[in-house]
Design a protein around this ligand. Structure first.
Ligand code: BDR
Ligand code: CA
Length: 323
């Protein structure tokens, strides 16, 4: 690692894999995690705040500001993902309640304060529905002058998860995702196409769960709650890093292959709502010839990821003593 750590802020809906992302951001020496903001998504926003504080405590993080944000999307009702993330939104691991408390400031105000206060432009990492970020961009557009890049976990080129075409973070608040695309800062889309690939082998998950160090052990428990695929080499299920992969992509951007492509969020009601339309055509089509270009933005879309590189990066930071 060379140079100063990268200032980062995570906006999350902790969330099993958001927890994995926080663990990595706290422990990687190349990242300076300056604040964490919470939004409704995987569970209700109060649950997200509680889970976030618990993870930071277990990870031995310094006293970071954590703020509560939007309790529901801009237009629709909140819809939880408890069927994926457990009743408490973080795998029902039975972790103790946190002793830390959130700051007495809403998420948008904390985001504004920390972005403007950073001596170097901040990298923003939303790993959740974009409600807080959309409200920030619309109420305090001056922040974009001190944002280096947005490393966005959301969207999908090929296939959705919340619906056949929509990725959960976009599906939960499509209007907010559409506002994100108007930010006017460089955005990397770390979508499902790469998100689902970064998987820790089952035998490693087993060893993490047995680790004496609480943060490493927590990573193991979280990964065990995210069985992504049967382990080809054993009985223990492999676990996906999920949102943590987006944080790996900030620490080590060379691990993903991106292409600059036009992206638009489908806002129409019906089965296509929340889809990220990623235009991979080699040449323009009839719509463009007729001036019907819609509202596309050029994003750096992650199309490939070096899986062993990110697994090694993650474990090196979160569980350096792993045997
Ligand atoms: C996203 O949805 C959530 O369930 C995960 O935490 C991740 O941010 C993946 O679609
Ligand atoms: Ca998430």
């Amino acid at each position: 690692m060379t140079g100063q750590p990268i200032p980062v802020i995570i906006d999350c809906d902790t969330g099993v894999d958001d927890a994995l992302a926080l663990l990595f951001a706290v422990r990687h020496p190349g990242l300076d995690l300056r604040a964490v903001t919470c939004v409704a998504g995987n569970t209700d926003v109060d649950g997200v705040v509680r889970n976030t504080l618990t993870v930071l405590e277990q990870a031995g993080a310094p006293d970071l500001p954590v703020a509560r944000g939007a309790a529901r999307p801009l237009i629709e009702e909140a819809r939880s993902a408890r069927h994926v993330h457990g009743h408490d939104g973080m795998g029902d691991l039975g972790l103790p309640a946190p002793t830390r408390t959130p700051v007495d400031l809403d998420a948008v105000s904390l985001l504004r304060r920390e972005i403007l206060a950073s001596p170097r432009p901040v990298t923003l990492i939303p790993t959740a529905p974009l409600t807080n970020i959309a409200l920030l961009l619309r109420s305090h557009p001056e922040v974009v002058g001190n944002i280096e890049r947005i490393m966005w976990m959301g969207g999908a080129v090929a296939c959705g998860n919340a619906s056949s075409v929509a990725e959960f973070n976009v599906w939960h608040d499509p209007e907010a995702a559409a506002i994100l695309l108007t930010a006017g800062v460089p955005i990397t889309m770390y979508g499902l196409d790469v998100f689902t690939q970064v998987v820790v082998a089952g035998d490693v998950v087993r060893r993490l769960r047995a680790d004496a160090e609480p943060g490493a052990r927590l990573a193991g428990e979280l990964l065990a709650h995210r069985p992504s695929a049967p382990d080809p080499d054993g009985d223990d299920p492999a676990g996906g890093l999920g949102d943590a992969g987006a944080v790996c992509a900030v620490a080590d951007p060379g691990g993903i292959t991106t292409r600059r492509l036009p992206v638009e969020v489908s806002l129409a009601p019906g089965p296509g709502r929340g889809q990220t339309l990623v235009d991979r055509r080699p040449r323009i089509g009839e719509a463009e010839l007729h001036g019907d270009t819609g509202r596309t933005t050029l994003l750096d879309v992650a199309l490939e990821v070096d899986v062993p590189r990110y697994v090694e990066l993650y474990l090196g930071a979160v569980a350096p003593g792993l045997r």
